[in-house]
Design a protein around this ligand. Structure first.
Ligand code: SAM
Length: 276
């Protein structure tokens, strides 16, 4: 069940020995099955010759899979210092290939620590998953420092990332994600795969950065999507009134009577450029 990918002890033993009781406030739901963590790592594509940034390695189940899959180096950012001794054992097994940074991933700039090509792979802490993704999606300059992101989210968030116009899940996160990346859900992971089990199903999402996204300023795209989806049931001429209303929509070539959820990414980009 736990999978044999290295000669390190089973994760259950690691957690017991280091007394790593999961803390809810840190979004700690650990993966103990190394077959599953290896499957997640495989979704990222080839890892040899790549640096990998991992947020929240915890006791190291996914870290071990990434290293066993041949990553050149893993830069792992972990907020919970209780995990550091367990991660030090992995670093000793893979000399020179695991750098652990103790700190908050939201306040840590990974970009200048990596050598390209680099990928991001993480079983994200759910409480900060969306702000972390937004930070990576808004990276400047673009194309960004990473060539893929392979991330575990709550299924509901994964569906919002990948949603198409007209669906109930379609919103700001869909537009931001699909403007700069091509996202897809690789597979779902049920609660029982985690220790402790969360209440909801999770999904692994792979986001491949677009080399040439439609041109606009990210701040302008954020402003129009925020206004449009802030009142998603209203016609755009109403919801976008503070940004220019019907004349703005006409300038962008969009019918002012449409609603936010019917516009595709290209139309939101046209609106973002029209507010300049
Ligand atoms: N990667 C491990 C696994 O798959 O078993 C643990 C994943 S667990 C869902 C999330 C991890 O992120 C925990 O180890 C937690 O301590 C860490 N974490 C929570 N908030 C963080 C933050 N702001 N910055 C860095 N790590 C954080």
């Amino acid at each position: 069940m736990s999978g044999q990918i290295d000669d390190l002890p089973p994760l259950r033993d690691v957690i017991a020995r280091h007394e790593l009781m999961a803390k809810k406030a840190l979004g700690q739901n650990f993966l103990l099955d190394l077959n599953l963590t290896s499957r997640i790592a495989r979704q990222a594509g080839p890892l040899d010759g790549h640096d990998v940034v991992e947020v929240g390695p915890g006791p190291g189940g996914l870290t071990r899979a990434i290293l066993a899959a041949g990553a050149r180096r893993v830069i792992a950012i972990e907020r919970d210092r209780r995990c550091l001794p367990a991660l030090a054992e992995i670093a000793a097994r893979y000399p020179g290939r695991l750098e652990v940074i103790e700190g908050d991933a939201l306040a840590t700039d990974a970009a200048h620590r990596i050598e390209r090509p680099a990928r991001i792979i993480a079983n994200l802490p759910y409480n900060v998953a969306t702000p972390l993704l937004a930070g990576w999606l808004l990276a400047e300059p673009w194309p960004a420092w990473f060539c893929s992101m392979t991330l575990m989210f709550q299924k509901e968030v994964a569906q919002r990332i990948c949603a198409q116009p007209g669906s109930k899940d379609y919103g700001r996160l869909s537009i931001l994600s699909q403007w700069r990346c091509e996202p897809h859900i690789a597979f779902d992971v049920g609660p029982k795969a985690f220790t402790p089990p969360p209440k909801v199903t999770s999904s692994v999402v792979v986001l491949e950065p677009r080399q040439a996204p439609l041109a606009c300023r990210s701040g302008d795209l954020e402003r129009v999507t925020q206004a449009a989806f802030g009142q998603r049931r209203k016609m755009l001429r109403q919801s976008l009134k503070p940004l220019g209303g019907a004349p703005l929509l006409e300038k962008a070539g969009i019918d002012p009577e449409r609603r936010a959820e019917t516009l595709d990414v290209a139309e939101f980009v046209a609106l973002a450029n029209a507010i300049r």
